[in-house]
Design a binder for this molecule. Structure first.
Ligand code: DGL
Length: 289
């Protein structure tokens, strides 16, 4: 990993608004799952990513702290001249999305929570939906509210699964330890209650969780639909940009720029565990907010 310790360089002057980058923000490294989904869905788009690793985790922090941190981090990206802001953090999407949209009213702000809720409502036949997320996202009842806005009769059960974050960061996403932790968290959601009343859909309400999908599928069984908000968010970003005529020309040479607020070396190490085999730029810029 090569490290640069600089303030972010000023926004380039973009003559064509379609060539402006998409800004992607997360509390840390987990949002890279969304970045990769965006890169795969929109290969002509340049992406600029900020992981606020110095202040991670957001998932245990209060509404006012998450909101303040999110606005500060988003401002760095907005100052880069982004054409859309993707809040690739479920906690920030759950707690701070409205404030971000108000603060940066001239940039479309897209969170991961509503696309995740939409996908859950589509994926569930019975309307019985389980959500796994961070403590703050669950405490805020954010998914439950978003899902019930679309399907008022839905029955939503949620559980904070803090250890999934650590497992994903260590790269321990399969094997006996991951399975044991998954059973401990998920069995009460899927096995308690009367037969036939178990959820038929599991929402991964945290950007760290997609690497655990295979293990979680083994634990909940093949009939449960697992919803990953990374891919659904990328679809929403495409729609939002298309509506505003802001999609980059196909074939445009896209760039990916990565920034973090603490230890680029750790960022690179955790990223390698979280998205193994995925090639992202080596260079990670260390910035201060
Ligand atoms: N990115 C956070 C989320 O998706 C998980 C890590 C954290 O707690 O900051 O909720």
């Amino acid at each position: 990993v090569s490290v640069t310790q600089t303030a972010p360089s000023p926004a380039a002057v973009f003559t064509d608004p379609r060539s402006r980058p998409i800004g992607v923000f997360d509390s840390g490294v987990g949002g890279l799952t969304v970045l990769c989904a965006l890169r795969d869905e929109l290969p002509a788009e340049s992406l600029v990513y900020l992981g606020d690793t110095a202040r991670l985790p957001y998932g245990t922090k209060s509404l006012s702290t998450v909101t303040r941190y999110s606005i500060q981090a988003a401002r760095v990206l907005v100052n880069q001249g982004i054409k859309a802001l993707v809040v690739a953090c479920n906690t920030a999407s759950a707690l701070a999305l409205d404030d971000l949209a108000l603060e940066f009213y001239d940039v479309p702000v897209i969170g991961v929570l509503r696309p995740g809720a939409d996908a859950a409502c589509l994926g569930s036949t019975t309307g019985r939906i389980a959500v796994v997320a961070t403590e703050s996202t669950v405490g805020h009842g954010a998914y439950e509210k978003a899902i019930r806005r679309i399907r008022p009769e839905a029955h939503v059960v949620s559980r904070a699964c803090s250890l999934f974050v650590a497992l994903a960061e260590e790269g321990w996403t399969s094997g006996p330890i991951a399975r044991a932790v998954a059973h401990r968290y998920l069995d009460p959601l899927f096995e308690d209650g009367r037969p036939g009343e178990a959820p038929d859909c599991l929402v991964l309400g945290c950007t760290h969780f997609p690497p655990l999908t295979e293990t979680l599928q083994q634990v909940v069984g093949p009939d449960v639909v697992i919803v990953d908000s990374a891919r659904t968010t990328a679809h929403v970003v495409r729609e939002v940009l298309a509506k505003r005529h802001l999609l980059a020309e196909p074939g445009t040479a896209a760039t990916i720029r990565l920034m973090a607020t603490d230890s680029p070396a750790r960022f690179a190490r955790v990223a390698a565990n979280l998205i193994p085999g995925d090639t992202l730029p080596d260079r990670i810029e260390l910035i201060d907010l």
